[in-house]
Ligand binder design. Structure first.
Ligand SMILES: [Zn+2]
Length: 229
């Protein structure tokens, strides 16, 4: 049977098919890196996911996205936040972009642990940097007990110092996501929360107007005048 141009055409389509399949695998691989791959609990244990970054980097937004997806999958979700964060609402966690999710305010890690119900599958924690060091043991226990624990928080304070207990949580987590903002001054990747008013407090809670996102070059580890325009 003569092959001729027919083979060439078939070969061309074959290559296109391989390429398309590879693209699909790459796309699936991207999404797979979030929840689907982690859903498999081969030995009954859970795991810890930590989302860290500066202010305006979309930490709470990412937390809410993951929690919403779990709820759509009809998993039982409980969300906690430290009582110190009175921003927007006492019963909700909120992102700067306005997304919300109902949550329980707690004062300590022990109180959080006591409130987690046995049949809860996913535990969300926002503003993790405001918890005491016992939160590390608490999330370890929850994960060992089969729960998926997702913690979001600031990784550095306004001076650029690691913000405990987030460094410790990063160490014990199976999965880490670092979110970034965009530098207000120069447009580079921002990793710092620049304070723009004088204050002694380590964090000005819910005071988005007292901070701006800055990159390594534009950040100064003390209060600085806000960027014009
Ligand atoms: Zn910059």
């Amino acid at each position: 049977m003569p092959r001729g141009p027919d083979f060439g055409l078939r070969g061309f389509f074959f290559i296109i098919k391989i390429f398309a399949k590879r693209q699909l695998i790459m796309i699936e691989g991207y999404f797979d890196d979030t929840e689907e791959r982690r859903r498999v609990r081969q030995n009954g244990t859970g795991w810890i996911e930590v989302i860290v970054g500066s202010m305006f980097s979309g930490k709470s937004e990412e937390l809410i996205r993951r929690l919403t997806r779990a709820r759509i999958a009809r998993q039982k979700v409980q969300v906690f936040k430290p009582k110190i964060d009175a921003r927007y609402s006492r019963e909700e966690i909120a992102s700067h972009s306005g997304q919300t999710h109902t949550s329980l305010p707690v004062t300590t890690a022990a109180e959080l642990l006591a409130q987690v119900e046995p049949d809860t599958e996913v535990v969300g924690i926002d503003e993790g940097q405001f918890f005491d060091m016992e939160i590390v043991e608490a999330v370890n226990r929850l994960a060992a007990g089969g729960k998926r624990v997702i913690v979001a928080g600031l990784d550095q304070d306004y001076t650029g110092k690691p913000f405990e207990p987030m460094p410790q949580l990063l160490c014990v987590a199976e999965f880490i996501t670092k979110t970034h903002a965009i530098c207000v001054k120069c447009g580079s990747t921002a990793n710092y929360s620049q304070r723009t008013v004088e204050s002694e407090a380590r964090v000005e809670v819910g005071a988005a107007d007292k901070y701006e996102a800055r990159c390594r070059k534009c950040f100064v580890p003390h209060a600085d005048a806000p960027t014009e325009g």
